[in-house]
Design a protein around this ligand. Structure first.
Ligand code: NAP
Ligand code: ZN
Length: 349
């Protein structure tokens, strides 16, 4: 009833990654079996497996930016063809019946969506993520990767892409809007491309100017270093919309000061600690401080199609399954340009 595949796992937050065999279920009628070709390394994988968001279930394989090809379909999943290029993001199931699921917002399922890893599945097992050779997923949580995007450049879209596309879409960011993207990492570099494709005037707010040239190539008009003396006074009230992708603590009040009156700041970065806020920072100027959590499956497909139509993909650095520890250090140091993607062919090396 199950089969074994190779995976990259940790047995505790402090142990190094190791190659192990994990169990996948045999496909149910509504399942799709996917041979994983590429798996992006999201900062959420790091927060989770280092117990920064609470105690994870070990041994654990993370990874929720999955791209691959279909190798098997259940009897009720025949709308997917063997050999088809597909992707899986942060969720692998939800109740399908609550108001949120019926509204295509499975990520907010009132009965709790099943995360791709470290989550209790419908059969009680703990889900294991994409740093592995194969995954078995309910067909309703599988997206199609359009022609024109390579699988390794598509993988990061399944989390970083949808997480930035959804708030840009919800808040109607478009032509002529002045947009600031905070942090030029995996999410940030997708936000720049998507907001620029929507016609916004994008500024990257980074800790330094060292990624300035790359930011311009991605579509940003300018890059500003937030660490420069007097930065927050100098750029007060400049932006209609700010998307915060920073994985660490920020001075929320200072960033809200960069918004125009009635401006909107959306938080997607999820540092482990609480972030203090003075109400005065949103009351003055009637500003909006909002959050956003990935996006529904229908919108994930829409985002993939949008990216294909606009020639948008992730800029990636390929890593082997033996290099994941080192890749994590580089992500945390902000050195990656802009997403590490595990090449699963390296399981054979
Ligand atoms: P990432 O690739 O590590 O990028 C984060 C960026 O934040 C870095 O590139 C860096 O930008 C900036 N940064 C890091 N440390 C900083 C510090 N101490 N001070 C100021 N800036 C700092 O991470 P990611 O994969 O894009 O994920 C970003 C965050 O979003 C994580 O917390 C992740 O868990 C969260 N996330 C949320 C959702 C959601 O649905 N809401 C989905 C996915 C991920 P510069 O080098 O340009 O300064
Ligand atoms: Zn993610």
């Amino acid at each position: 009833m199950t089969f074994r595949v190779k995976a990259v796992q940790k047995t505790s937050p402090d142990s190094p990654f190791e190659i192990a065999e994990i169990t996948r279920r045999d496909p149910r009628p509504d399942d799709v079996v996917i041979e994983i070709k590429a798996a992006g390394i999201c900062h959420s994988d790091i927060h989770t497996i280092r117990n920064e968001w609470g105690e994870a279930h070990f041994p654990l394989t993370v990874g929720h930016e999955i791209a691959g090809v279909v190798t098997e379909v259940g009897s009720e999943a025949t709308d997917f063809a063997i050999g088809e290029r597909v992707g899986v993001g942060c969720m692998v199931n939800s109740c399908g019946e609550c108001e949120q699921c019926r509204n295509n917002q499975e990520q907010d399922c009132l009965n709790g969506a099943v995360g791709t890893y470290n989550s209790t599945d419908v059969d009680g097992s703990i889900t294991q993520g994409g740093y592995s050779q194969k995954v078995v997923v309910n067909k309703n949580f599988v997206c199609r990767i359009p022609e024109g995007i390579e699988l390794d450049q598509a993988a990061p879209l399944l989390c970083a892409g949808i997480t930035t596309y959804a708030p840009i879409d919800r808040w109607g960011v478009g032509e002529g809007d002045t947009v600031a993207v905070l942090g030029l990492g995996g999410l940030g570099h997708m936000a720049v491309q998507i907001a620029a494709a929507k016609g916004a005037k994008v500024t990257v707010l980074s800790r330094s100017l060292r990624k300035e040239e790359q930011a311009r190539e991605l579509g940003a008009e300018r890059t500003l270093a937030t660490t420069e003396e007097g930065f927050f006074e100098q750029h007060r009230g400049e932006f209609d919309f700010i998307l915060n992708t920073i994985s660490a603590d920020i001075d929320v009040d200072a960033y809200l000061g960069l918004l125009k009156p009635h401006g909107v700041m959306v938080v997607v970065g999820l540092p482990p600690s609480q972030q203090p806020l003075h109400f005065g920072s949103v009351v003055g100027g009637a500003k909006v401080l909002a959050g956003s959590n990935i996006g529904g499956i229908q919108q994930t497909q829409e985002m993939l199609d949008f990216c294909a139509a606009h020639g948008i993909g992730a800029r990636i650095e390929k890593v082997s399954v033996h290099e994941v520890d080192a890749a994590y250090e580089r992500v945390v140091a902000g050195e990656v340009q802009f997403r590490c993607v595990i090449d699963t062919a390296s399981f054979e090396n």
